[in-house]
Write a protein that binds this ligand. Structure first.
Ligand code: PLP
Length: 376
């Protein structure tokens, strides 16, 4: 039987909640299920305010609007990430300055950020790759010393921590994803976390297509009007109903994923000890939310051969981001700096199947093949 790279894990209540939402007869956003999801996050992680969005891309777009980023500004972003980390700032006309990953992880190298700051730098966007926290302490120190805005692209980082502080609570703003490939999903979906209250009032307007409809719904004003730029960021109740069914079973999903992750680790760590490949490491400040299990091959050719070998055995593995500074869209805009670590992860990182329904026998089959590959 083939082992897919990813498979949606259903908790059992998805259809029931979708049906309930349909029977309620009110499917646009801000309904009962949307509120339940918001409360879940605010209670569990102490986020002061969240907005469910139709995607993490949208949440980042909202963040780009709220921070007032314009064509006068520069934004520092890791090159090893999803296009959605950068696109929202490009759409506001900003200049994106790509930063390298660190030698120890695909996360931004905090020690190289300061050299990229100019008078025009307004914000830094960090990505907690695989849910493993960036060196937030060092980054926050730079952010406060230069008076910058910190945005967390926490697409991978739900239910993960930096020194016991939830990821997504550390930047002024943070964005999460509930895309099908993430730990908790609604197919497409996301949320924006507002940690700095000064953005809250405007967020209510931007979220409602630039109108003060939120105040109208609260009974504060008699009619709602166009106040600012904005867009349609709100998911429907169908999305929120599905999401809530997943959130209610979050412990179950996370425990299953962690068991898969740890089994991979135990079975592949001996290959690292023999110097044949690398498995992920965790700095002392970071927790593990089992979003991705990746290994590092020694070179791109080895990775290609390993992917084919696994595929021949009906196992689908995948590489991940390709350096954005070398993308067809950006290469002519990039300032020419080499970002060797970003390129290294683009070329050598391999992700193995990981989902809550993945059986340990399947993992043993995969790790058995990888052991064969490296030891024979
Ligand atoms: C998945 C992902 C996104 C985009 O999430 P969507 O919800 O699909 O918009 C953004 N950033 C990173 C790092 C991602 O992995």
């Amino acid at each position: 039987m083939a082992i897919p790279f990813n498979k949606i894990y259903l908790t059992g209540n998805e259809l029931r909640y979708l049906q309930r939402a349909i029977e309620d007869g009110r499917l646009s956003g801000k309904g009962v299920f949307t509120r339940k999801c918001e409360q879940f996050f605010e209670t569990r992680y102490g986020f002061s305010k969240i907005f469910l969005t139709t995607s993490c891309t949208d949440a980042l777009e909202m963040a780009a609007i709220l921070t007032g980023i314009s064509s006068e500004d520069e934004v520092i972003i890791p090159s090893y990430t999803c296009v959605s980390t950068a696109n929202p700032f490009i759409l506001r006309g900003a200049r994106v300055v790509f930063a390298d990953s660190s030698a120890d992880s695909p996360n931004i190298d905090a020690s190289k950020i300061e050299a990229l700051i100019t008078k025009k730098t307004k914000a830094i966007v960090i990505v907690h790759y695989a849910g493993i926290a960036c060196d937030v302490g060092k980054i926050m120190e730079i952010v406060s010393r230069y008076g910058l805005i910190l945005i967390e692209d926490a697409a991978h980082a739900l239910d993960s921590y930096y020194q016991n502080r939830p990821l997504g609570s550390l930047g002024h703003l943070a964005a999460f994803s509930f895309h099908e490939t993430k730990n908790i999903t609604s197919g497409e979906g996301g949320m924006l976390v507002i940690n700095d209250k000064k953005y809250l009032q405007r967020a209510n307007i931007v979220y409602e297509k630039g109108t003060d409809r939120a105040a109208f719904l609260n009974g504060e004003i008699e009619k709602y009007r166009w106040r600012d730029i904005g867009s349609s960021f709100m998911p429907s109740e169908l999305t929120s109903a599905f999401l809530y069914a997943q959130l209610e079973k979050m412990e179950e999903i996370q425990n299953k994923r962690k068991m898969c992750w740890e089994l991979y680790y135990d079975e592949l760590k001996p290959l690292e000890k023999k110097g044949l490949l690398k498995v992920p490491g965790f700095p002392s400040f970071a927790s593990n939310n089992a979003h991705i299990f990746s290994l590092l091959c020694n070179n791109p050719e080895e990775r290609s051969v390993l992917i084919s070998y696994l595929k021949k055995n009906n196992i689908l593995s995948a590489f991940h981001f390709q350096s954005l500074h070398k993308s067809p869209f950006f290469i002519t805009k990039h300032d020419g700096r080499e970002l060797p670590w970003s390129d290294f992860y683009s070329d050598c990182l391999l992700r193995l199947p990981l989902y809550a329904g993945l059986k340990s026998t399947a993992i043993q089959e995969i790790t058995g093949l990888i052991n064969n590959f490296y030891l024979t």
